[in-house]
Design a protein around this ligand. Structure first.
Ligand SMILES: Nc1ncnc2c1ncn2[C@@H]1O[C@H](COP(=O)(O)OP(=O)(O)OP(=O)(O)O)[C@@H](O)[C@H]1O
Length: 494
């Protein structure tokens, strides 16, 4: 009780983190207690604070997601206990070095008030084991501490611990984020959205023209998220005829059809615990759409030829280059599935909207292709870069990649020149947006974002934007934004 009272008395986030680790050290009799908290983008798990041999210390900010043991415990949302650390094969470089060595370890994921994973407690001891019964108390105390921490942060007290900037998404060594290249505002918006879904299982719908990086983003959501240690399976829905796609996705039982000589599990089973990427979802046949909807709603699959369903835990990321709502209007795509899939849409910008990213992408593809061709890296002459910059690219990143590969094959030396670049004669005016189209785009994005923030509630959205509701509805209709009501949105979520 005194420990709880000490937490309640803290007035600053960092004081509270210190009070938490020192109380838990006392409670568990462990010489080391570390507190890791996910950053705002959920892409890093910095060490915020630790208790070590009788002293509290500010964390180093070292990213715990780089440690496979910690990433595993976090992604599984389950306590992890290792009692014979000295004989374990698991690497534990996140534990401070010293003598005598650590011999037991306990990782406890922490949930916040919304039951979202928010961090991890790590306890380590130099004795042979840690009391297993501790996990329930740790989870409870952690939740209370997190709620208090959240309240202190919301009260505007600045967190002084050396954690990374809260609003910045994690960045990679190259010019971009999550393994993607590009720093244009359009790509920054993509990174912001990706960071929101990394550590929760929400269904994501990726849109954007062909070759704009939808599959790459789907992989990034998986690779940088809490399911990274589980399988990522991709299936193109337009690549197979209906019956083959059905058996591929749902699996079958022996005798389900001629040639089904044995049971076979489907891709939902193969992706269990991980992510299933359904590309070209707009081409999925209507009958299969109904089956997919059932999986999304009930989390259960029924293999062909079986009368029993079983549960699966799969995060769906779907992608399409088509206007999916247009498909709904034409009766080619189920409206209920559309709403179910589009809980969290992310649209990839075409290349023509990425400005200076084109140069970075070109340099990246040059390095990548040279490595592939096993030749030393080629430099770009200023004139070739200027030529590239003068070209108005259409939407497709894959085309740019192909263009660079061709240029490298044509280039005998180590310097790329304009003549190596065979830039297509793009009918530029066809891709240039008029002022009206650009304004519509900005307005569409703003309305979509505000609606999303208010769970599709049109009255609140209209209030926030200072519009009469009727005007909002008119503008939504004009911009092709589906007019679903909040009840419909909630209905679709059930
Ligand atoms: N931001 C990016 N950074 C690095 N490479 C990229 C980026 N965007 C796209 N690419 C590359 O462009 C190519 C096409 O990307 P991808 O296959 O993900 O596009 P897509 O939108 O899924 O295509 P499709 O619509 O044909 O399925 C890939 O080789 C990918 O690596």
């Amino acid at each position: 009780m005194e420990g709880l009272a000490a937490l309640a008395r803290c007035q600053r986030p960092f004081e509270l983190e210190q009070a938490l680790v020192s109380w838990l050290a006392e409670l568990s009799n462990c010489a080391l207690v570390q507190l890791y908290l996910l950053d705002a983008s959920h892409s890093q798990l910095p060490l915020c604070c630790q208790w070590l041999d009788g002293h509290t210390e500010a964390g180093t900010g070292q990213d715990g997601l780089g440690e496979s043991l910690l990433a595993y415990s976090l992604s599984q949302n389950t306590p992890l206990q290792l009692n014979e650390l000295d004989r374990s094969l698991h690497a534990t470089p996140f534990l401070p070095t010293g003598q005598p060595p650590w011999r037991s370890l306990l990782c406890q994921p922490l949930l916040d008030r919304q039951q979202q994973i928010s961090g991890l407690l790590v306890l380590a001891s130099r004795s042979r084991s840690i009391n297993e019964d501790l996990t329930a108390s740790l989870a409870l105390i952690g939740t209370i501490a997190l709620a208090q921490l959240q309240a202190l942060k919301q009260a505007g007290l600045v967190h002084q611990a050396p954690t990374p900037a809260l609003t910045e998404p994690a960045s990679d060594s190259e010019h971009g984020c999550f393994g993607l290249i590009g720093e244009s505002p359009a790509m920054q918006q993509v990174y912001r959205l990706v960071s929101k879904v990394l550590h929760n299982p929400v269904t994501v719908l990726l849109g954007g023209e062909t070759g704009t990086g939808k599959e790459l983003v789907a992989r990034a959501i998986h690779d940088y998220g809490s399911r990274r240690t589980q399988p990522f399976i991709a299936q193109n829905c337009s690549a197979l005829p209906e019956h083959l796609l059905e058996s591929e996705l749902f699996g079958y039982r022996k005798g389900a059809f001629t040639g089904a000589n044995q049971d076979r599990e489907g891709l939902f089973d193969a992706a269990n615990g991980g992510t299933l990427f359904l590309d070209e979802i707009g081409d999925m046949p209507l009958a299969l759409q109904a089956k997919l909807l059932r999986v999304l709603q009930e989390g259960e699959v029924r293999p062909l030829g079986s009368n029993q369903s079983h549960r699966v835990d799969v995060r769906i990321v779907a992608a399409t280059h088509q206007n999916l709502y247009g498909q709904v209007e034409q009766g080619r795509f189920r409206e209920d599935l559309y709403y179910r899939l589009s809980h969290f849409p992310i649209t990839l910008p075409p290349l023509r909207e990425r400005g200076a990213d084109i140069r970075e992408l070109a340099l990246h593809f040059t390095r990548e292709t040279c490595t592939f061709l096993q030749r030393s890296n080629c430099r770009w002459s200023d004139s070739a870069l200027a030529y590239l910059a003068s070209h108005r690219f259409p939407g497709n990143v894959r085309e740019l990649k192909g263009l660079i590969a061709r240029a490298l094959l044509l280039c005998d030396g180590n310097l790329l020149l304009p003549e190596h670049l065979q830039l297509p004669n793009t009918p530029t005016h066809a891709h240039r947006l008029t002022l009206r189209e650009q304004l519509d785009k900005v307005e569409r994005n703003l309305l979509n974002e505000t609606l999303q923030k208010h769970n599709g509630n049109q009255t609140q959205t209209a209030q926030v934007l200072g519009l009469p509701r009727r005007t909002l509805l008119y503008r939504m209709q004009r911009l092709g934004i589906p007019l679903r009501t909040r009840q419909q949105a909630e209905g679709a979520r059930k």
